[in-house]
Design a protein around this ligand. Structure first.
Ligand code: PRX
Length: 656
């Protein structure tokens, strides 16, 4: 659809009615909203029946705002729920994962029966290494089946995994290991990306120099590269795991046993260790996977194209799908490993029925042209999903037309690391969809859009997104910092969870998510805080001061733009600016991750500040996005912004 046509269509029609054919066979029926609203807590208790409990809970919600407990007297084992129960039900031969490697032609098929053996052996290996209930184990792994196996083995023991995205640096890994005092690490020698091997183990070795409490490291051989070895601490997976018994009798743990720690960026330099417990988290990921993706375990082939290093991978590559007993595709590579049509070939080969990915990837695939998806048979697809950032209508329409063949419903799912599971999304077959709108809260979830004073806004108005009731998969807090948890989420609007997102209700009352309203940036669906990047920049000896903003970017949603002043007398002052800028970009990549590398760094003699000394980020964002500047009268020196705009080569100018 051309841009003009799209705009005309959006003006006139704006929505797609649910397909009657889909509605007939959908897992969710329209009465679901009213059923849940009548008594949400009891409704969630019913949903908890999706799990296999050793002891059925009699408690449902205990709510001591902002601390929730769900199903607290129930006992269960997460790993048994994902694997053993399906084998016990006679589904051991069903495929759990079609794993597709980065390299062309490399694949593995793992059944639920085989997964059980792998998990049992890995559990026994972890026991031999000394891992116990309540321990924290860091996982720093590529997208290989052993990552899933390790995570399931860790939670099988009642320990918690803290998965650190393998793209993070040694510094980022060590700070996460230290913050939650992880005593074991599971990793690999390296990872593959577009055919090239990149090492992982050296980053672990470097990180562990500052982590004296780590007692053991379990290493999968993936690339076969040379690795340094610390005797007594390091264990090869193919040695210690492979020689274990394939039997393991599980223990059962209380519903509130911590199973996941996942670090995510907040508005300060220090990432927050968001933690999730077992019964509530598993209930809601299992329930949402069933209703939102409408999965039919007997026939669906589901592909969540995300990384296990993020919450999407946890909830919708591992726990939600496995509890539902579906068959999945797990892909190691990037979208163009082995060619720009790789994704379409994977869908065609495995006859994928459900595809879930991020808008940034859709925009990249879109840039490569619709000829590529059109050259492949994608008729197996029946539902598409997006997550991670607002999706622009153009990308939504492209996804619908060229990937979904105008027949697949699209679920635009809003959620966060903190929410554990999807909270806002259309339900296929029931809810109409609009390009760019996440539409409405799921059954059992209370969402509102409020103004500055916490009052609900009317239709056609915008405000702040809040969640009004506790939900089972809500984070139980920030690891080791209950005060920060209260302060971050529960004080802005007393009694309500403040998500940090802006939202709008349209004239029909449907929800549109508008992006973060705080200092959190969303770069290709990766969450990073401006302060975190500033902190990394000022950690460089040449830098005096830095201000970072997220500027909108056609492909990545937002991109990092940094404004930096150098120390006048530093050795770098004499260096070529291009060299300094590249050095600073590499420095940020090293301290945080290559994903945090600024797209642009502007070296400026001064930053625009208010008279009280605060950096005017709003103005910098305007400069970075090439917008005309608003009121600059509160600045100490209004000429500074014009100077910066000139340095950037933009035409932004003051309106004065
Ligand atoms: O701003 C929202 C955006 O991603 C943030 C959460 O990021 P993270 O914790 O990394 O989790 C991402 C995967 C669940 C939110 O605060 N976001 C997520 N989904 C959407 C979205 N923004 C708009 N529409 C969405 N569907």
């Amino acid at each position: 659809m051309s841009e003009a046509k799209l705009e005309a269509w959006l003006d006139e029609t704006r929505s797609f009615a649910p397909s009657p054919a889909f509605a007939k066979q959908a897992n969710a029926q329209p009465s679901i909203y009213a059923d849940a609203a009548a008594d949400p807590v009891s409704w969630w208790r019913k949903e908890a029946g999706r799990l296999l409990w050793e002891k059925e809970p009699t408690n449902t919600l205990e709510w001591d705002l902002p601390f929730a407990k769900w199903f607290s007297d129930g006992t269960l084992n997460a790993s048994v729920n994902c694997v053993d129960r399906h084998v016990a039900a006679g589904k051991g031969d069903k495929v759990a994962y079609y794993w597709v490697g980065d390299a062309e032609g490399e694949s593995r098929t793992i059944t639920y029966g085989e997964l059980q053996v792998m998990v049992n052996k890995a559990t026994n290996a972890l026991i031999e290494m000394g891992v116990k209930k309540d321990d924290r184990v860091a996982v720093y792994m590529p997208m290989i089946p052993e990552a899933v196996v390790a995570m399931l083995a860790i939670v099988r023991l009642g320990a918690a995994h803290s998965v650190v995205f393998a793209g993070f640096s040694a510094d980022a890994l060590s700070s996460r290991i230290l913050d939650s005092d992880c005593t074991y690490v599971v990793t690999a020698d390296g990872a593959f990306r577009r055919g090239a091997a990149s090492p992982l183990k050296p980053a672990v070795d470097e990180a562990l120099q500052t982590c004296p409490n780590v007692k053991g490291v379990l290493v999968v051989r993936r690339t076969g590269g040379e690795v340094e070895w610390t005797e007594g601490r390091d264990h090869w997976w193919h040695e210690i795991v492979e020689r274990q018994s394939d039997e393991h009798t599980p223990e059962f743990f209380p519903s509130e046993q911590t199973m996941i720690i996942m670090y995510t960026s907040g508005t300060t330099a220090k990432p927050k260790g968001i933690f999730h417990t077992t019964g509530g988290y598993l209930t809601q990921v299992a329930s949402t996977y069933n209703y939102v993706f409408d999965v039919k375990p007997e026939t669906d082939i589901c592909w969540t194209a995300a990384d296990i290093g993020w919450i999407t991978g946890h909830s919708y590559i591992i726990y939600g799908p496995l509890i539902n007993g579906v068959t999945q595709i797990m892909y190691e590579g990037v979208p163009d490993s082995g060619g720009k049509d790789r994704w379409w070939r994977i869908i065609e080969q495995f006859k994928a029925t459900i595809l879930y990915t991020a808008p940034t990837t859709i925009r990249t695939l879109m840039k490569w042209g619709h000829d590529l998806p059109q050259a492949h048979d994608l008729s197996s697809l029946r539902l598409l999903g997006t997550v991670g950032e607002p999706i622009n209508p153009e990308a939504w329409m492209w996804y619908r037309e060229y990937v979904g063949g105008n027949r697949c419903p699209i679920v635009d799912t809003w959620w966060q690391t903190e929410t554990g599971a999807i909270l806002i999304s259309p339900l296929p077959g029931i809810t109409a969809t609009k390009p760019g709108a996440a539409m409405r809260a799921l059954p059992g979830v209370g969402v509102d859009v409020v103004d500055n004073d916490g009052n609900s806004v009317g239709n056609g108005e915008g405000g702040y997104l809040v969640i009004t009731h506790p939900w089972p998969s809500m984070t139980r807090g920030i690891y080791g910092d209950p005060e920060r948890f209260k302060e971050t989420y529960w004080t802005r609007f007393p009694g309500k969870y403040f998500a940090g997102d802006g939202a709008k209700r349209d004239d029909d009352g449907d929800l549109w998510l508008l992006g973060r309203i705080d200092d959190v940036m969303n770069i290709s669906g990766h969450r990073l805080s401006t302060t975190e990047v500033e902190h990394a920049l000022v950690g460089h000896p040449a830098v005096a001061e830095a201000a970072v903003v997220g500027a909108s970017d056609e492909t990545t949603g937002q991109a990092i733009v940094a404004f930096v002043t150098l120390k006048a007398s530093g050795a770098d002052a004499a260096k070529d600016q291009v060299v300094v800028i590249e050095e600073l970009r590499m420095h940020v990549a090293k301290v945080i991750s290559p994903i945090a590398k600024p797209r642009q760094i502007i070296l400026t003699p001064e930053l625009p500040k208010t008279r009280s000394g605060k950096i005017m980020r709003r103005l910098l964002r305007d400069v970075a996005e090439n917008r005309s500047l608003g009121d600059v009268t509160t600045l100490t020196d209004p000429t500074v912004v014009n100077m910066i705009a000139e340095l950037m080569g933009t035409e932004a100018g003051s309106e004065d």
